[in-house]
Design a protein around this ligand. Structure first.
Ligand code: C5P
Length: 222
């Protein structure tokens, strides 16, 4: 049975960047499950499916045809064979994704998909409920977090690259709202998994964070 190492944490905590680098160092595949929810949200927007209809939204996740492919030094997500990486981080998708991710039935199908992916090969899987709900028996679990203002600044810097009208206060407010929705929903809320190693990345670089993760990995697996 392949190993799964889990990484959970709030928006812009750095979990995807550190998770990817960490996965490369240990030779595991990297799966960012936020992209599964984002791909579902994109499908819903494109097909004008009502966002508040749990059955219709869940049916999308039941039939979602997504595939993670390692392309060069990146992991890309394909939806129905199309590379959707440049569109799944749009403001429209980001706005609706926490709403649809709150449906228990939609999460049930997303969970099935995540379990399947994690059972195929050694995997580092990142999200909100990976250590608490999807792989609660994982031998190594991380919770990556950072100060709210630091996370908002990172998000702002990312958005400002393409949107010259970006506003820091608005970015902070939207981030707080999204984290609140994710942490207070009934179905698999974001939380620190039992036995997780928490790393605060507010004042440390991606490389330093990965160093800490490698130390934990060696303790558990060497
Ligand atoms: O990590 P990312 O910001 O791309 O995730 C987008 C959204 O997907 C989150 O705000 C959350 O609502 C949802 N999500 C989730 N469970 C996961 C991963 C993401 O509910 N395991």
């Amino acid at each position: 049975m392949p190993n799964v190492i889990t990484i959970d944490g709030p928006t812009s905590s750095g979990k995807s960047s550190v998770g990817f680098l960490f996965s490369q160092k240990i030779g595991y595949q990297f799966i960012d499950t936020g992209r599964i929810y984002r791909a579902g949200a994109l499908y819903i927007l494109r097909n004008e499916i009502p966002v508040d209809n749990e059955d219709k939204v869940s049916a999308v996740f039941e039939n979602l045809n997504v595939e993670f492919r390692h392309v060069g030094d990146k992991v890309k997500l394909f939806l129905d064979g199309e590379d959707v990486n440049s569109v799944i981080h749009s403001p429209e998708v980001t706005f609706i994704v926490p709403k649809i991710a709150a449906f228990a039935k939609a999460r049930f199908f997303a969970k099935k998909l995540q379990k399947k992916i994690g059972s195929e090969k050694n995997t580092v899987m990142a999200g909100r409920d990976i250590g608490s709900e999807i792989f609660p028996d994982a031998k190594l679990k991380f919770f990556i977090t950072a100060d709210e203002k630091v996370r908002a600044q990172r998000r702002y810097d990312q958005i400002a690259k393409t949107d010259t009208g970006a506003n820091f206060e608005e970015v902070l407010k939207n981030m707080e709202k999204r984290d609140m929705t994710d942490a207070t929903r009934e179905a698999s809320p974001m939380r620190v998994p039992k036995d997780a190693v928490t790393i605060d990345t507010s004042n440390i670089s991606t490389e330093e964070t990965v160093e800490k993760m490698l130390e934990e990995y060696q303790k558990k697996f060497d």
